[in-house]
Design a protein around this ligand. Structure first.
Ligand SMILES: [Zn+2]
Length: 430
């Protein structure tokens, strides 16, 4: 051991094995949205070891319902909130400094189809610079980087003026309502926030509006031999699907958003209407009398939910009016699940500049600013006037088979987090 006092950043560089095993530990606890309790217990224990005064915060549905950002998530409908705590901790500053919140979600999406994986999705296997597993990149490595950053500050007895709040939340994959939104409604408001979703150490500054809708078309059942006595609901859905495809094409031509189109493959695709689920029919010899279509529409900052809802409903109504049966029996449209508003963080905000500077100074990275195609928990912070960015490691095959995260990029994220926390929380609140 050398006698020189190590800085938090050198501490992380010298303790990468701790970061690796923490990522592995977290990946090895399955935590598909709705089943977050076990992993939260492990994190609570870790927070206790680090003296972060951890608390479990269980969402209260009635408090949530009063929020403008509320919608009922599908995992709430399925599991409720009884066994689904968020965990919050605090690293106290010496006083009067600017505060920060570090946030990560612990839920993951299903690993199915598991048989297509070449690694165990819950194994946390390490191979070279990568750790494999469901949630390795999205976003257990990000959660581990937050914890290691705090541990580094503690181990080196680094003093900060401002408080650092640490949160691990539930159900981000499902809309984040009982997680990040609930904490915004119940926890102290900080002066800035970072979410460590995987960005390849680029800066995420925007999120998409996301909404789900369902179209229900009815027909008349009949035996296939006398199909002309019936009305086929699947066939009647076809012109509606065609109309929605045209709407999507027109919207993609009209709407652009530079931060969503940074990747050349995203050019002209800042908004998307996805035909996601279709349910109809149960027998080849029966004319189906019911067809249900479910879709997701995503849109970048610039449009409101009302504009999008009106466009979709008008498109469906216009298509229905061209068909005699549908004109008499109009399709029903229901909006369900995800109902997120888009958001954009001003990239010129001093907090964003400070993070940008740390990426250049510590990691030699010239960050790209991007966002606006996916729905993110950041919106809850930004809607509460908290400057917030996303920065995290390199994740590959996120939500797919053989998801993996780069260890070296997670080390970089941790170092940049430390630099940013130190710069931000050393200054007095003004
Ligand atoms: Zn995520």
């Amino acid at each position: 051991m050398n006698s020189e006092k190590s800085t938090p950043i050198t501490w992380v560089r010298n303790n990468q094995d701790k970061l690796v095993s923490l990522i592995q530990d977290l990946v090895r606890i399955p935590s598909v949205s709705g089943k977050e309790e076990e992993v939260q217990k492990a994190i609570f224990k870790k927070f206790t070891e680090l003296d972060l005064e951890p608390k479990y915060v269980y969402p209260d549905i009635e408090t949530l319902r009063k929020s403008d950002d509320f919608f009922e998530t599908t995992s709430f409908t399925k599991f409720g909130y009884e066994n689904r705590p968020n965990v919050v901790g605090i690293l106290k500053g010496t006083g009067n400094g600017r505060s920060i919140c570090l946030n990560g979600h612990v839920d993951v999406v299903s690993p199915e189809p598991v048989k297509h994986w070449s690694h165990d999705p819950w194994g946390g296997e390490k191979d070279g610079d990568f750790i494999y597993g469901r949630g390795a990149g999205d976003m257990k490595a990000g959660v581990a980087s937050i914890i290691l950053a705090i541990q580094a500050l503690k181990e080196t007895q680094t003093e900060l003026k401002g408080d650092v709040y640490i949160e691990t939340t539930i159900e981000e994959e499902d809309g984040g309502v009982g997680g990040c939104l609930y904490l915004r409604l119940t926890q102290p408001k900080t002066d800035a926030a970072i979410i460590t979703e995987p960005t390849g150490n680029n800066i995420g500054i925007a999120g998409a509006g996301i909404m789900y809708f369902r179209v229900i078309v009815t027909g008349i059942p009949a035996h296939a031999a006398t199909a002309h006595f019936g009305v086929n609901a699947i066939v009647k859905m076809v012109p509606i699907i065609e109309a929605l495809k045209t709407l999507n094409k027109n919207r993609q031509e009209e709407i652009s958003y530079k931060y969503a189109e940074v990747d050349p493959r995203m050019k002209g695709k800042a908004t998307t209407l996805n035909i996601g689920v279709i349910n109809a029919g149960d027998w080849p010899s029966t004319v189906p009398a019911l067809c249900i279509l479910e879709c997701r529409i995503g849109f970048p900052p610039g449009e409101t939910q009302e504009i999008v809802i009106n466009q979709v409903e008008k498109t469906i109504l216009d298509a229905a009016n061209k068909d005699e049966w549908l004109k008499e029996h109009p399709p029903k449209v229901e909006w369900f699940g995800w109902k997120a508003k888009p958001h954009e963080q001003n990239p010129e905000h001093p907090f964003v500049k400070l993070l940008d500077n740390n990426l250049r100074k510590i990691a030699g990275i010239e960050p790209t600013y991007f966002g606006g195609a996916a729905g993110l928990d950041t919106r809850f912070f930004v809607h509460h006037d908290i400057p917030t960015v996303i920065i995290g490691p390199i994740s590959e095959k996120t939500h797919s088979t053989d998801e993996r995260v780069s260890i070296s990029s997670t080390v970089t994220t941790t170092e940049v987090l430390i630099g940013t926390i130190m710069d931000w929380c050393k200054d007095e609140k003004n």
